[in-house]
Design a protein around this ligand. Structure first.
Ligand code: NAI
Length: 724
């Protein structure tokens, strides 16, 4: 018998097994929208009314994914005015799921594809969870990565399923997305099936074997594994949780982990229904706040726009790269070769000699040995990947390459030379890319005969881990080259942002502002440890002075001098930065050029490990008359990057707001809670006018570099925000 309800089909067979087929007719994926709320309510009514004819219930979906979770389009709009309505919808869905869970019949989730967030919460409201081992399928509760918590019973049920500690560490606080196999190993599902048929067979077998199945927590006398805070032994360990969490967040304004912790701990000490209410209240606080809006905008909407090709020229068909030449097998070249080979692309890795190139290939061997020891790859896959990388010192071996990624030393002359050497050997229309981090693409393109095919492909270190690639269009780069570069980056599973050529492009230029601001504060006599603390408390992954040391102090000096020369040659005036003097004194007067030189803002031991901030900083840099308030320290760093990003938009270096937000978080560590450099301005207290007022205040106190650019002022006056 088949009955239609809006988003869930009820299919009952002659043995009394009801399959609830999740299949929203209006969307490509199922979500917890209003229609689902009505449907699941109708299903619960019917299940109760026809209980005697039902032997068991199976949730599965007719879509590729099982269930996508909450509807983020709705969620980003929830404010204090409609919070109650959102709360009520959530409560109604949970009540219906609970009625089905406690019907007294076995309930199985046959998870045919991705079950993230709300999808996994439906599975948690089932007595038995079987996941189909489908490629790309992921299981987990990633709400924390959007500044939220799983309020469809996710906190309450994971705590009861695996105990507070495991629920927090394995599922809730990191938002880990598990493959079906890893979900099994970590206790998120009970079984994995190889085919859809096997999954349904297993579901039926469970129903046959467990006619009276109930959730463990609905059995009288059930105790949460590992205990709860009311148990003295557990209570003794509990204080470590908030302390660890505080360390992890370093004081950054990330309310979600805190609320998750509170909901888990408080919910563990009360009955199931009360726990659901506690969870919902903590969720409401998050969903109405600014941080979740920032994170949903960046990690859902912006990321989708970026990866789906909003910045890729339209109408140019894909022409997949077959064989790529990587020039230079140093740190970057080795990582680029590995990433390409991992994506199935043939790689010729060229350095000054075959031995030097082999050293670069050894990097892949090292990464793969590690992956193998952790069970993340097989010997066969390792061998296949390694076989795709041919190390060489001979230009002739580059024959047949239809793309080149150059990563030799940062020197214009050398880069021109290596492109000259290979031009006649590679395919006549090969894509020509440079991984330069600072040299103008337009200038590098002057060294090749086909500048329209020349483009910047700026990877970040370490290449195998960093998800971003900044694509830089030179003045003469053609759309075809841009489209091919974009497709290549997507193929190696990285996120491409597209910018126009300019010194430092977008990422290096903007992160330079952050570093300079931190260094400038040292020059003002601010306690160096406070500068580091301000960076950490703003949510930056790296402290500012330690980052400067890692990059070496001579690098910004070199870039500064080159930029100054260029500006002055063009008839402009060089504004300078208060950090310049600090850097000059550190290098010239104190001989402290950074980590590689054994001394910088920090002291280092023989093995190059950071020991402590150099005590001389406090001695040699004078105390300012006026103390810099801690809030100002934090905002000087954030504002310096946000304001420079607006200037990048004005100067047409940045083309898209989404690219700016994503590039800043994924490439240069702008704090994720802000939603990125431009979303930070949108979400600032008082919106754009509030941001402008605060920028003017900072300019008055610390210098004209904080004056809001014209574009920002104009948008603030018109009541606009930064959106594509
Ligand atoms: P590296 O010094 O580790 O490697 C450079 C390699 O190029 C060396 O193996 C060298 O033997 C090789 N090489 C020199 N002349 C050559 C020639 N004529 N033919 C073939 N190979 C030659 O340098 P790294 O760090 O890998 O940087 C390479 C490029 O990537 C530079 O342009 C750098 O600015 C850029 N970059 C570096 C980043 C970093 O974090 N290190 C980040 C992004 C870009």
């Amino acid at each position: 018998m088949t009955t239609e309800s809006t988003t869930i089909r009820w299919e009952q067979d002659e043995t009394g097994v009801v399959t609830l087929v999740l299949d929203d007719p209006d969307q490509s994926a199922n979500t917890m929208n209003q229609a689902f709320k009505d449907s699941i309510e109708a299903i619960a009514d019917r299940a109760e009314a026809e209980k005697d004819s039902i032997r068991g219930i199976i949730y599965t979906s007719a879509k590729k994914t099982f269930f996508a979770g909450g509807d983020l389009k709705d969620m980003i709009k929830v404010g204090p005015e409609n919070a109650q309505a959102a709360f009520d919808t959530g409560t109604a869905i949970k009540r219906s799921l609970r009625r089905i869970e406690t019907l007294g019949k076995p309930v199985v989730a046959a998870i045919n594809g991705a079950a993230l967030g709300g999808g996994y919460e439906i599975a948690l409201a089932s007595h038995h969870r079987i996941a189909l081992d489908a490629p790309g399928s992921r299981i987990g509760l990633p709400e924390v990565t959007l500044g939220l918590l799983p309020a469809g019973g996710g906190v309450t049920r994971t705590v009861r399923l695996m105990g507070i500690a495991d629920a927090l560490l394995k599922v809730l606080l990191q938002g880990t997305q598990y493959t079906p196999r890893r979900a099994l190993e970590n206790g998120l599902v009970h079984e994995v099936a190889a085919t859809r048929e096997e999954m349904i067979e297993k579901a039926r077998a469970f129903i046959d074997a467990n006619p009276e199945s109930r959730q463990p927590w609905d059995v009288k006398g059930y105790k949460i594994p590992g205990g709860t805070p009311s148990n003295p032994k557990f209570a003794a360990n509990l204080p470590a949780f908030p302390a660890n969490l505080k360390k992890q967040l370093a004081g950054a304004p990330m309310p979600a982990p805190r609320n998750i912790l509170a909901a888990a701990v408080e919910g563990s000490q009360v009955d199931f229904e009360t726990a659901l209410t506690i969870e919902a209240r903590y969720f409401t606080e998050l969903v109405t706040g600014q941080v979740s809006k920032n994170m949903i905008q960046a990690f859902f909407f912006d990321l989708q726009a970026v990866n789906s090709g909003a910045s890729r020229p339209k109408g140019i068909p894909e022409r997949p790269v077959r064989k790529v030449a990587v020039l230079g097998a140093g740190m970057m070249g080795a990582g680029i070769a590995y990433s390409c080979a991992r994506a199935g692309i043939e790689v010729v890795l060229k350095d000054v000699s075959t031995e030097a190139a082999a050293k670069g290939k050894a990097y892949s061997e090292k990464l793969l040995a590690k992956a193998l020891s952790r069970g993340r790859t097989t010997e066969a896959k390792r061998d296949e990947l390694l076989a795709r990388i041919t190390p060489t010192g001979d230009v002739a071996d580059l024959a047949g390459c239809d793309a080149v990624i150059e990563a030799v030393f940062e020197d214009t002359g050398l880069k021109h030379k290596v492109f000259q050497e290979i031009q006649d050997v590679i395919e006549p229309d090969a894509l020509l890319c440079s991984n330069t981090s600072t040299l103008p693409i337009t200038v590098l393109a002057e060294g090749v005969s086909r500048p329209a095919d020349f483009i910047g492909l700026h990877f970040f270190s370490p290449v195998d881990k960093m998800p971003l690639v900044e694509i830089i269009k030179g003045e003469r780069t053609g759309d075809e080259a841009l489209a091919r570069a974009f497709d290549l980056v997507r193929r190696i599973k990285k996120t491409p942002i597209v910018v126009n050529d300019s010194r430092g492009f977008f990422t290096s230029r903007v992160i330079g502002q952050f570093i300079s601001e931190g260094v400038a504060m040292v020059g003002e006599g601010v306690e160096p440890a406070s500068v580091e603390q301000a960076a950490a408390q703003s949510g930056y992954p790296a402290k500012v002075l330690s980052l400067m040391d890692d990059l070496t102090l001579t690098l910004p000096r070199k870039i500064r001098n080159e930029t100054r020369r260029a500006v002055e040659e063009a008839g402009g005036t060089w504004p300078g930065h208060p950090s310049d003097e600090v850097i000059d004194r550190m290098v010239d007067e104190f001989g402290r050029p950074g980590r590689s030189g054994g001394a910088g803002f920090y002291d280092y031991d023989e093995e190059g490990r950071r020991t402590a901030l150099w005590p001389g900083l406090r001695e040699h840099f004078t105390k300012a008359d006026a103390e810099v308030p801690f809030e100002d320290m934090k905002e000087r760093m954030l504002f310096s990057e946000a304001l420079d990003s607006v200037r990048c938009l004005e100067e047409n270096v940045l083309i898209s707001v989404a690219d700016a937000n994503i590039g800043s978080i994924m490439g240069i560590g702008f704090p994720p809670w802000t939603g990125g450099v431009l979303q930070y301005i949108n979400g600032y207290e008082g919106g754009l006018p509030g941001f402008v007022a605060r920028a003017r205040e900072l300019a008055e106190r610390y210098g004209d570099r904080f004056l809001p650019p014209a574009l920002l002022v104009e948008k603030a006056e018109k009541g606009e925000t930064f959106h594509d």
